[in-house]
Design a binder for this molecule. Structure first.
Ligand SMILES: C[S@@+](CC[C@H](N)C(=O)[O-])C[C@H]1O[C@@H](n2cnc3c(N)ncnc32)[C@H](O)[C@@H]1O
Length: 271
């Protein structure tokens, strides 16, 4: 994969498992977002960057027998896992295509609802994905994004290891044209793409001891390790020590861990 096409979280097997768990963790919030756009019964829907699970099952239920859901995903492993999930749950109205979200080849104006979750924050040239999403929606159709912004992801008391990993992540992202602070810009990107009636819901969590997402920064560090070391950004031993210290710091039950700031943003393509 070329540097220009870099996707920051990478494609380790462990990351696919994390995404499958994340789909369950985020399902209630996505469900809330889909409630806001109204009934999807009978609709043609696209989920961009669906990963191994995404919201495909929830969207399948919402569109019902007369609707259809098309997942778009670039990773062949994720596509395979998503298709297994579809088969095991008998989701007859869902298909997944292995294509790039920036040029899906799907019919322009062919869909009632286009959505994506946690894709823009991890890739270069996110505006191209927004443009494609809007192009896929029919006039009068809806688009909805659920994105992250690293602004609020911190711990207290501060941890040197935490700060080192965040700095490494932000530095790696900048080198690869990825914007970890894209969340706040999504409303603007939608308006610039011509979307109207833009609405915004911010979400922030704390991750107390035992919470499944308390160690998300450590998971991201594992995803990034091989690439930051081979790019010469840090020595493997040094990063190993930082990760060990971060795990120790996260194990301290008195440490407060705050999530990314998430933005759910939705609106309508003019008729
Ligand atoms: C953080 S994961 C989120 C997965 C899913 N949306 C969810 O929230 O559970 C981002 C997904 O976007 C996919 N992706 C990244 N760049 C892409 C591109 N250019 N085209 C299609 N999918 C892409 C990745 O392969 C990954 O599966």
């Amino acid at each position: 994969m070329s540097q220009q096409d870099q996707y920051v979280l990478g494609y380790r097997t462990e990351e696919q498992k994390r995404l499958q768990q994340q789909a369950a963790q985020l399902a209630p919030e996505s469900s809330w977002l889909f409630d806001q756009v109204g009934s999807l019964e009978g609709c043609r829907v696209v989920e961009i960057g669906c990963g191994p699970h995404g919201c495909l099952d929830e969207l399948s239920r919402r569109v019902g027998k007369s609707g259809s859901v098309t997942g778009v995903e670039r990773s062949s492993d994720a596509v395979m896992l998503a298709r297994q999930m579809i088969a095991s749950q008998g989701l007859h109205n869902v298909e997944v295509r292995e294509v790039d979200a920036r040029s899906t080849g799907l019919p322009r104006g062919g869909f009632d609802f286009v959505t994506a979750r946690l894709v823009l924050v991890n890739i270069p040239r996110p505006h191209e994905v927004v443009m494609e999403a809007v192009a896929l929606a029919r006039p009068g159709g809806l688009v909805a994004f659920h994105e992250a912004d690293w602004i609020s992801h911190f711990c207290d008391p501060p941890s040197e290891a935490w700060t080192s990993i965040v700095d490494l992540f932000v530095d790696y992202s900048a080198r690869n044209g990825i914007d970890p602070f894209i969340g706040r810009k999504v409303p603007r990107l939608l308006r610039e793409a011509g979307v109207t009636d833009v609405q915004i819901n911010p979400i922030v969590h704390i991750y107390p001891p035992g919470h499944e997402r308390r160690s998300i920064l450590l998971d991201f560090a594992e995803n990034l390790t091989q690439r930051v070391v081979s790019d010469g950004m840090i020595q493997a031993d040094e990063l190993g020590e930082i990760k060990t210290r971060l795990a120790q710091d996260l194990a301290d039950p008195r440490r407060l861990v705050v999530s990314h700031l998430f933005f759910q943003v939705w609106g309508r393509k003019p008729s």
